[in-house]
Design a protein. Sequence first.
Length: 245
Amino acid sequence: MGVVVQNDKNYPERFLIRRRVPLVPPQPPRTKRKATARAGFEVKHQRDWNLPPVFTTVPTKDKVVFLTIDDGAEKDPEFLRMMRDLKIPYTAFLTDDLIRSDYGYFWRMQGQGVTLNNHTLHHPYLPGLSYDQQKSEICGMQDIMEERFGKRPRMFRPPYGDYNQDTLRAAKSCGIEDTPIWNEEVDVDHGEFRQGDQRLRHGDIVLTHFRGRRQWHGTMADDMRRFLNRVTADGYAVARLEDYL
């Protein structure tokens, strides 16, 4: 399924003119929903083998979205302070190649209540690898996460959102239960949607990256301010993904 790019110059002015106070999410549901694979995102034998589902939205009637951040390349202390001060929940999917220069940054993130998850050891294109190679990438990162952060994640995101049957088989063998990808991707100056109507939906998973001025025309804090302005203007709160799954 393609994506629709929405450039900053096309964003309604109400998203950009001032910093809005983020909305507070509702109380988490008492009963969590079991995620199921999004239609068209299944692989062969998905249900028969009980493979981790790939999904882009969490079923909920709450007007919330879920912020997820990938890889770990940028380690911006201002971003940590901002998210702590605003009490914005998010979920990180980490790649060892990109975090190993400063595991302590992600220790601090975890200490703020952020769940750290698996995004492989080296960020390869997984469908181009054999089953054993994919298993090494995923299980190897599980080992690193346990060694460095004390816990083996239950969620995994394949690099680039690309996967095949072997990816999900390998992920399951490594203890992965869910494979969330995303329904919208945002960065400092544009957003990309899977749907042509270019709007958020209840329970959407939103992707951004650990990036800074070397890759973007702005900082991670700039990216977050823009994202928070927009979702707040649309009446959405940012909720914690793990509270709903």
